[in-house]
Design a protein around this ligand. Sequence first.
Ligand code: IMP
Ligand code: MG
Length: 335
Amino acid sequence: MLTVIVSGFFGDEGKGKIAAFLALKERPKITVRTGSVNAGHTVVYRGVTYRLRLVPCSFIVPETRLLIGAGANVDPRVFIEEVGLLGVKGRVFIDGNASVIEEKHVEADRSNGFFREFIGTTGTGVSPALVDRVARRAMLVKDIPSLNAYVTDVAEEVNSALDRGENVHLEGTQGFYLSLYHGTYPYVTGRDTTAAAVCSECGVGPKRVDEVLLVLKSFVTRVGNGPLDGELSPEEAERRGFVERGTVTGRLRRAAPFNFQMAKRAAIVNSATQIAVTKLDVLFPECSHARRMEELSNECLHFLRKIQDETGVPVTIASTGAEAEDTVYIGPEGV
Ligand code: IMP
Ligand code: MG
């Protein structure tokens, strides 16, 4: 059973939290992370906050094998530090064909006015590293001695696990509207962020996918430049409780109300089969920390039904707090 988890707006929808919740529920044999270090995934589990840059959020499930796909772009220093902090050495591996971010890429990202000021990148070296990859001069993970102990064949592992009927999760990064192909170009990231691209980065074909879980937040945020429909003033965002800061960069996120049209397009292009809605406690404080359907207010249920009606996709998960377990599992039929 293969489940792909992606975000429907500009990233920071709380995909990390949902990935962690789903991992606790389904205890996957393997979870694969794609993308790169520009994305920060936050997991709060039993009172401890983890900010992950490369390791999959399923690390909280001790028996899950943690893999990083061939399409990913790895900064060896960030990776080794994170593996040490989390104590996951021995169960975390990277595809030998993943590309490497070098110091020169970080410098190029930070000193390039187009990337840093015009686009407002995260300054983590991702785009310059991808430029080298496309130019066929990148270093790959299999070329780096310090990563020797971590190399595996992710595509082989995932396809074999699926052949054996095991659960596999693919954890996408960033958001649909930051996709190089489908987002608000040129204000996008350096890769496609859709469910199809996540499969491609991992090395698994479209016919093997069982579920695509689209994660949406109860409001929209964006860091960096580019259009944001319905953008609120910083004061109004503050009044509504929409103020957030970037996990990787610490930058203040721009904010707007939930956008049904954007949600619908993201559901279509990702062929979503399920939707998770996060931060419901911000719009509906009475639902804070709810873990059962009966604890969701009528206003909250009405909002979730509207999302279902507009997208044609069932809302199966409702998130009501930062803790992985502050979540209502609604079920496959939705609300
Ligand atoms: P880059 O990915 O660092 O090249 O940045 C390109 C754009 O994507 C900028 O607007 C970044 O703020 C944004 N971005 C990149 N990664 C993330 C993420 O994980 N969450 C939110 N925004 C991101
Ligand atoms: Mg993030």
